[in-house]
Ligand binder design. Structure first.
Ligand SMILES: [Zn+2]
Length: 258
């Protein structure tokens, strides 16, 4: 049993994976950080008091089943996939792959898209941090490529990101996605469905969830869920960099129970 129960508003993905898979998303609830990081900030790189952040991280560990080792990442908006290790070393990368019981990988976000992956067997899982740059450059593709499973045997859950109601971008972002698409059909779908003109001339509202879904479907992933929340809209529950500038980070976590 965990030492502390998880706060009730933490999210557990609803998807059809075996019970051996541990997956959750933290919220602002449960920690000791002061404004503008209140309350449960888990990012050490955002200007919050380090001792408070470390206490929050300990609280996260205490909320998990015993004997789970956590792999933290130093995220750089790239596409490198790190293999989770039990040595407590923070590794540089934007996705983490886990195939050992007792290990979990973590990504921190405050608007970027956390994408959960799990094999149908539950023996292999992964988590990717996909901001627009990483999403365009292929972090989902790189993560899926780590699985020996056929893409149809990998399930994906899209965690809380900034929604198409609030993610305004310039034309150069749309262009980057169109240019990075691997086929003309995918480029057209992303251009037509992933963006709509915003009220401000020359700008677009981007739909990270839909773009991720189009990319994953093009790779052969069939079971994709989640993708309904907006971090910017849900002020009480999630940090949003676009909304607040200096703010905290919540975590997505996936692992295999010991
Ligand atoms: Zn919104």
């Amino acid at each position: 049993m965990p030492m502390h129960p998880m706060p009730e508003d933490w999210l557990q993905p609803q998807w059809s994976v075996p019970d051996s898979v541990l997956a959750l998303v933290s919220t602002r609830t449960g920690g000791g950080s002061k404004p503008p990081f209140e309350q449960f900030n888990l990012g050490l790189h955002v200007g919050d008091d380090p001792a408070t952040v470390l206490a929050n991280r300990q609280r996260l560990s205490d909320s998990l089943p015993a004997h789970m080792h956590l792999q933290w990442l130093e995220q750089v908006h790239g596409t490198a996939v790190v293999e989770a290790q039990a040595d407590a070393v923070t590794r540089r990368g934007d996705a983490v792959y886990v195939d050992q019981p007792g290990l979990a990988g973590i990504v921190m976000t405050a608007d970027c898209l956390p994408a959960f992956f799990a094999s149908k067997s539950g023996k292999r899982v992964a988590l990717a941090h996909a901001g627009w740059r990483g999403l365009a450059d292929g972090v989902l593709e790189q993560t899926l490529a780590r699985f020996p499973d056929a893409p149809a045997d990998v399930l994906v859950f899209l965690g809380p990101a900034i929604g198409p109601c609030h993610f305004e971008v310039g034309a150069e972002v749309r262009q980057a996605f169109v240019e990075s698409a691997t086929t003309a059909a995918l480029a057209k779908d992303i251009q037509d469905q992933g963006f709509r003109p915003s009220a401000e001339s020359g700008k677009y509202l981007a739909d990270l969830y839909l773009i991720a879904t189009l990319k994953l479907r093009a790779l052969g992933v069939e079971q994709i869920s989640g993708g309904t929340l907006c971090t910017y809209c849900e002020r009480e529950r999630f940090f949003s960099y676009r909304r607040d500038g200096q703010t905290g980070r919540f975590v997505s976590l996936i692992g295999i129970l010991p």
